[in-house]
Design a protein around this ligand. Structure first.
Ligand code: FES
Ligand SMILES: [Fe+2]
Length: 439
């Protein structure tokens, strides 16, 4: 539970708020590379951290992200023409470079030095892992890009998608670091194993890895959560008891990484990975990015999209808007629930996740909630963000930037059954993770 004031502090995104300033110390995904597939592509509108921007790819293939309105007299630059090394406004022909410099003012006299005194607001851009990243903070404090393991994979090993969620970014994030909901909300797809078979451990069959149902090796519905702070944020283990087999007690351990402020990494089947993370669009909208990837080979995009509920043109449009919205009650299928075919009546993991966080309202008031022991990681994330905010406002570096370098590529979550007398921190998951498949 948070006070109303803390809730307001944590959920903010605008540049004139403490959280808005802190968020601008990190890189965010601005859009997918496929949103701007070709050099010279038409500019597209973006809204990031409450700012209206335009993104385009010039003739050389470089991407620029800048203020949506022309620095001359405010024309909308989504109407502009992408050219060599810049974007040309169609109103009076001014040309703006990807770095915001004014390259040409053809309606001014030849001798004019006017353009040297002004510039457009533009932001540093990087392109990696099928995404275009943007940094909107102070130029003397640009941190390294979070190059997570999927950044190094071939395009056919990743399914990258974006989904627009109609609520504040913090409740989206809290959904991703909330392990106990998988046993309930996702029980149509992630089931407790009826026969002791698991999708982890030595008996893992990779040919089943892309099938639609995943079996958890435990039906323990109240996991114990252990949180461990790290330089990037924290990791936690959700520990579920496994029924005694041949006199041996064991635990099913599922770790999740929280990379501040909005990246999470969630366990997937051995050799696979899932990384949901979030870009605040504005106070009440969030773009969710989900990378589902396979370390050792191509993924079956059709199955991944079907499991997740993100089939192109059916569940989600190219701009991220979804067929299931609060207005149509997320098309919940009550008949399927009555027939016992579905727990929630909203098929697909991402469909369920996005519906449920939207159902909290545009900005959830956390002063009204009642958190329990299963919510330890969510509460920890809030504390960490509040502490980081205090440091940031005092002029220091928020968590994960400005300090020791972080080897993002080496970070990954895992899930496995381990003996109950072994600590999860001492377990080396690399073999079962399919580490040999890493590129
Ligand atoms: S408003 Fe863009 S060139 Fe004049
Ligand atoms: Fe979920």
């Amino acid at each position: 539970m948070l006070s109303r004031e803390e809730n307001e502090l944590l959920t903010a995104v605008d540049n004139d708020t403490p959280m808005g300033r802190m968020l601008r110390r990190y890189w965010f995904a601005a859009c997918l590379s496929e949103d701007l597939p070709q050099p010279g592509d038409d500019p597209i509108p973006l809204r990031l951290l409450g700012e209206d921007l335009v993104a385009y790819r010039d003739f050389s293939g470089a991407v620029g992200i800048m203020d949506r309105h022309c620095p001359h007299r405010g024309a909308d630059l989504t109407l502009a023409r992408a050219e060599d090394c810049g974007l040309r406004c169609v109103y009076h022909g001014w040309k703006i470079g990807t770095d915001g410099s004014i390259l040409d003012t053809p309606n001014e006299p030849d001798f004019s030095r006017f353009k040297e005194r002004i510039s457009a607001r533009s932001y540093p851009v990087e392109e990696h892992g099928g995404l275009i990243w943007v940094y909107m903070g102070p130029r003397d404090k640009v941190p390294p890009l979070p190059m997570l393991e999927w950044s190094f994979l071939d395009a056919n090993q990743i399914v990258a998608h974006k989904v627009l969620v109609k609520c504040n970014w913090l409740q989206c994030l809290e959904g991703s670091i909330d392990s106990s909901h998988i046993t309930y909300l996702h029980s149509d797809i992630i089931k407790s194993s009826p026969d002791g078979r698991t999708n982890t451990g030595q008996d893992f069959d990779p040919t089943r890895a892309q099938k639609t149902v995943e079996y958890l090796p435990s039906n323990d519905g109240h996991p114990r959560l252990h949180v461990e702070d790290t330089p990037y944020g924290f990791r936690y283990a959700a520990i579920r008891s496994v029924p005694e087999v041949e006199g041996r007690e064991s635990n099913y351990v599922r770790t999740t990484l929280y990379i501040a402020p909005t990246i999470t990494m969630i366990p997937d089947r051995p050799g696979f990975g899932t990384g949901p993370f979030y870009t605040p669009v504005d106070l009440t909208h969030t773009m969710m990015y989900v990378m589902r990837y396979r370390l050792g080979g191509p993924v079956d995009e059709e199955i991944v999209r079907s499991i997740s509920g993100i089939r192109k043109g059916i569940d989600v449009e190219p701009d991220g808007t979804r067929a299931r919205t609060p207005e149509n009650h997320w098309l919940q299928d009550r008949e399927a629930m009555r027939r016992g075919e579905s727990w929630v009546g909203i098929p697909g993991i991402i469909s369920g996740d996005t519906a449920i966080v939207e159902s909290l309202g545009p900005i959830f008031d956390r002063s009204t909630e009642n958190v329990g022991t299963a919510d330890v990681a969510v509460v920890h994330a809030r504390r960490l963000l509040l502490e980081s905010l205090r440091i940031s406002e005092a002029g220091g570096d928020p968590i994960g930037v400005g300090g020791e370098a972080i080897d993002y590529r080496a970070l990954y979550p895992w899930e496995e059954v381990i003996p109950s007398d072994q600590s999860w921190q001492s377990h080396d998951p690399r073999a079962i993770r399919g580490i040999q498949e890493r590129v």
